[in-house]
Design a binder for this molecule. Sequence first.
Ligand SMILES: Nc1nc2c(ncn2[C@@H]2O[C@H](COP(=O)(O)OP(=O)(O)OP(=O)(O)O)[C@@H](O)[C@H]2O)c(=O)[nH]1
Ligand SMILES: [Mg+2]
Length: 209
Amino acid sequence: MAVINHDTREVSFKLVYCGTPMGGKTTNLSYIHSRIGADQRGDLVALATANDRTLFFDFLPVHTMVINGYKTKFMLYTVPGQVCYNATRQMVLRGVDGVVFVADSQLDRMEENLTAWRGMIRNLADNGTPFEQLPAILQFNKRDLPDPAPVAYMEYLLNSGPRRLPVFEAAAATGYNVFATLNGLAQDVLHLFHHGTARGATASQSVSA
Ligand SMILES: Nc1nc2c(ncn2[C@@H]2O[C@H](COP(=O)(O)OP(=O)(O)OP(=O)(O)O)[C@@H](O)[C@H]2O)c(=O)[nH]1
Ligand SMILES: [Mg+2]
């Protein structure tokens, strides 16, 4: 839920990168961190195990434009992908304003994609944040690897329900479509905030590298 601070004239939104274990959630944040000037962001806090799996969450604050005299901040989080950390995932999702679901395009990861997808929707429901009303983007990551799953197949698995989400094919490791994904979500979140309705119209603001 957006937090408005009238004293500092700031409004901040919480965006959470969910998705398949090892799908590339942390890599998205690392790339964003590496491409935004230090004056536009805070430090990247990455709490990882010795083998670079996210242990608790990653956190990166990004400062963007001033709207109506208020500075806008996006607080980017990732959840830990490992199955055993479901309670942490649910906690990180509390008060979320929008989600990116990072799916892994490798064909042998489709079952994990579906399990993580269903888990995210369940966690949101358990938090009292119905997925249907939440700005959300699907990112099909690792498109740079050989023989990725066809987009149509991934859409069939993850995006054939009543609600069709915007999809970005991406390669977070090289940065391909990382900012497009973030901007897509940021625009939806701002649209909802300003107009009180979910996606549809376009917003002109964007976060740029
Ligand atoms: N080839 C390729 N590798 C990627 C891409 N994105 C991430 N990876 C690799 O996939 C592995 C896992 O990436 P992470 O960003 O740690 O994945 P994660 O989703 O944060 O993982 P957990 O937090 O453990 O769930 C790392 O070795 C990354 O370098 C991509 O677009 N292409
Ligand atoms: Mg991670």
